[in-house]
Write a protein that binds this ligand. Structure first.
Ligand code: ADP
Ligand code: ZN
Ligand code: ZN
Length: 712
């Protein structure tokens, strides 16, 4: 035995109670070791020093010895016990997401928490008290004291009013099939628009709640569909109590988010209604996941960790061996293909719940017509007839603003953004009609400018708006139908908090005759008085470069068409197009999702595109395009030179500039990699991404790697 020299501090003497391995939200791979004089369960959060900063981290494991010299290991400052530790199941989910999407574990675990739960200042600041959870609990207890009586009265009134409808045969069969599942088996609930999918979700949820488990119901958007939240409250509050339902989405204030999150994590909330972020909610007794409108692209996170909440839902259900229901009238081709192969159980609702028919779809061939401000006489007449009968019409145009570009007739000048490689869009200031109220907006970077008095190139004073957006269509309709009450719903008219709800409420209350809107109006709404849907300018999406464009167009038009005639029998949809013979439109006319899917999947298979291949996209951003391209080229070369795994089965394409190459003075390029074998691609990406930080540093570019990109 040797004893340490007296001047060297003995590690044995100062051996802490625990060595902790901690995940931190820093752009470095790996985990970080800290010492602690108490044992700490994995899944708890801790505040630790990191360089000169303090950070909140999640304890991933307790280890016997640190990975570095114990003398270098810093102590934990504070162990946060205001919430139970994350369950092992939650930790597995985070680990899977980190591996699959090629990000450090800490960059998954921390950003998904409500912001105050990951801020040291929320715990150690002057006024932090016992921390954000305790503060919220206290303020809530105060509020409850005041409103208990009012709530009780409200709940009584609601429970009396909410008798669930008797299920139709198709709905009942679907509910029974879901209830009969004993092991993990994803369900694809394919129900036409208005077929009553929601009622199937609610019945499935009811059983799981009654069995004492939690339910996660994900929707693409909550703010736009308060109807659903109200229905859930009315249906389930009598059973699970007012606190049994929690809601989670990005529109919530920090305090509200903490309240939902903590109620869920403590098991007080039994049903969580949320947007994509809620896939990461800690639900210790999860028994069912429902993904409504599973095809919707808002399930894909487009920054930071670029995850698909739909795909993670399937993984999480598999990990927990619980049912997952994916519902849509227009499933993603990925999910449809799984159903075709028998990997998913397909359940079908072929009929509408309230009426006997789907709306009639009419294709109006615009090539032979005299159009007026983008409207065909057929559509104008049809709107007039609905108006005369006191029914609502919806004019759908997926382009906001007044006109997509301003143009000089003499020299051909068009308005463009000085910071981006795009046109600027002409907008009328909200609530004004005068000429001076127009401005030019860049939809990519937010740049705004006055409308020039004369052409900057030739001085001509006749600058003209070219094409049309929702504002211009609204203006034209107001001229055509002066007696009609017209409302417009798009990102501009709903910028103020609460304004979207107010506009939709007006439509539902019958205070609007003609609604002009973008895709915001196409999602999930159950309009009772809407008879007619008119679609303008659908062709813009038909020839987009992205191979998914027809799939998106079909889904979008089917969804918006599905708003017509949900409660009345004579719904009609008028699609104006210059290409009525295109398969997308023909399939829409027949309401033939299956036919469209078959046709499109055949094409995808023949060309080796997803879902018959798996893709990842490396994107680079730099001051100049050539830097971005050089980085991508080097990244491609390094894959060959370093002999990365699975090179034979992974195709590396050429680096190419993005379609909109410059945004806010930053130039962008991308490189696609692809394989028919998912594990091969995964193995390749893991090895590859280890090389990228150094390369990016040398070439001074920003980069990101996206697995399963939706747009390329
Ligand atoms: P989807 O989500 O499939 O488009 P919804 O769930 O919005 O359709 O249902 C469409 C309409 O049918 C809603 O007004 C809903 O209340 C109603 N509904 C659903 N199921 C039934 C039923 N069994 N009996 C009567 N009405 C129903
Ligand atoms: Zn000019
Ligand atoms: Zn711009």
């Amino acid at each position: 035995m040797t004893t340490p020299a007296p001047d060297i501090p003995s590690v044995a003497d100062s051996k802490p109670a625990a060595w902790l391995r901690v995940a931190l939200d820093v752009p470095l791979p790996g985990l970080f070791d800290y010492r602690c004089d108490e044992t700490v369960e994995p899944g708890l959060r801790v505040i630790v020093p990191f360089g000169r900063r303090k950070l909140v981290g999640v304890v991933v494991e307790q280890v016997d010895a640190p990975a570095i010299d114990p003398a270098q290991v810093k102590p934990v400052e504070q162990v946060l016990r205001d919430l139970p530790p994350f369950a092992p199941e939650w930790m597995r989910l985070a680990r899977f997401a980190a591996e699959y999407y090629q990000r450090p574990l800490g960059e998954v675990m921390l950003p998904v928490l409500p912001p105050p739960l990951r801020k040291p200042s929320a715990y150690q600041g002057k006024r932090s008290g016992a921390g954000p959870v305790a503060r919220r609990d206290a303020s809530q207890a105060r509020r409850e004291g005041k409103t208990a009586a009012a709530d009780a009265a409200a709940t009584d009134a609601q429970s009396a009013a909410s008798q669930p409808p008797v299920l139709h045969d198709e709905q009942q069969a679907a509910v029974d099939a879901i209830a009969a599942l004993t092991a993990f088996k994803p369900v694809l609930l394919h129900g036409v628009t208005g077929s009553g999918k929601t009622e199937v979700y609610l019945h499935a949820a009811q059983r799981v709640l009654a069995a004492g488990r939690q339910v996660l119901l994900m929707v693409p958007e909550i703010n736009l569909t308060p109807q659903l939240e109200a229905a859930l409250r009315a249906r389930f509050e009598p059973v699970i109590g007012a606190k049994g339902l929690a809601v989670l989405h990005s529109g919530l204030a920090d305090g509200e988010r903490i309240e939902s999150w903590s109620r869920v994590q403590r098991g007080q909330a039994r049903l969580l209604l949320g947007t994509r972020m809620s896939i990461f909610a800690p639900l210790p007794e999860l028994g069912l996941i429902v993904v409504d409108e599973e095809h919707d692209s808002s399930y894909k996170q487009q920054e930071g960790l670029r995850y698909s909440a739909r795909d993670l839902a399937v993984w999480r259900a598999h990990d927990l061996d619980i049912p997952v229901v994916l519902g849509s009238a227009t499933p993603s081709l990925e999910s449809w293909q799984h159903a075709e192969r028998g990997r998913y159980l397909r359940l079908t609702l072929q009929n509408r719940a309230r009426t006997s028919s789907l709306p009639a779809v009419r294709l109006v061939d615009t090539r032979r017509l005299q159009m007026k401000e983008g409207l065909s006489p057929h559509l104008t007449d049809a709107i007039g007839e609905r108006l005369a009968r006191g029914e609502q019409s919806l004019v759908f145009l997926n382009r906001r603003g007044y006109a997509p570009v301003l143009h000089c007739g003499s020299c051909g000048w068009v308005s463009h953004c000085p910071r981006c490689s795009t046109f600027t869009v002409l907008h009328r200031a909200e609530g004004q009609r005068g000429g001076s109220a127009y401005r030019l907006h860049c939809h990519h970077c937010g740049y705004q400018a006055m409308v020039p008095r004369a052409c900057p190139e030739c001085g001509d004073q006749d600058l003209l708006p070219m094409g049309r957006g929702t504002q211009r269509v609204e203006e034209h309709l107001a001229g055509l139908f002066p007696q009609a009450r017209i409302a417009r719903i798009d990102a501009d008219s709903t910028r103020r908090k609460g304004s979207a709800q107010a506009l939709f409420a007006a439509v539902h209350a019958g205070e609007v005759d003609i609604l002009v809107g973008t895709q915001m109006v196409s999602k999930g709404h159950d309009f009772t008085r809407l008879g007619l849907v008119g679609v303008l300018n659908a062709d813009a999406m038909l020839f987009a470069h992205d191979f998914r464009a027809p799939e998106r167009l079909f889904a979008q038009l089917m969804q918006v068409a599905g708003r017509a005639g949900r409660h009345t029998a004579n719904g009609e949809v008028i699609i104006q197009t210059g290409y009525p013979e295109q398969p997308v439109y023909q399939a829409l006319k027949r309401h033939d999702y299956a036919g469209f899917a078959r046709h499109t999947l055949e094409e995808r298979e023949a060309t080796g595109l997803p879902p018959f291949a798996y893709q990842a996209l490396l994107t680079a951003e730099a001051r100049e395009l050539r830097q971005a391209l050089a980085f991508l080229q080097r990244a491609r070369d390094v894959a060959d030179q370093a002999g990365l795994p699975a090179l034979d089965s992974v195709t590396r394409y050429d680096p190419v500039p993005l379609r909109v190459v410059r945004v806010a003075h930053v130039e962008r390029a991308q490189l696609l990699v692809e394989s028919t074998h998912r594990p091969a691609l995964q193995g390749f990406l893991t090895a590859w991404s280890a090389w990228l930080p150094q390369l990016a540093h040398e070439l001074r570019v920003r980069w990101q790697l996206e697995v399963d990109p939706l747009e390329i």
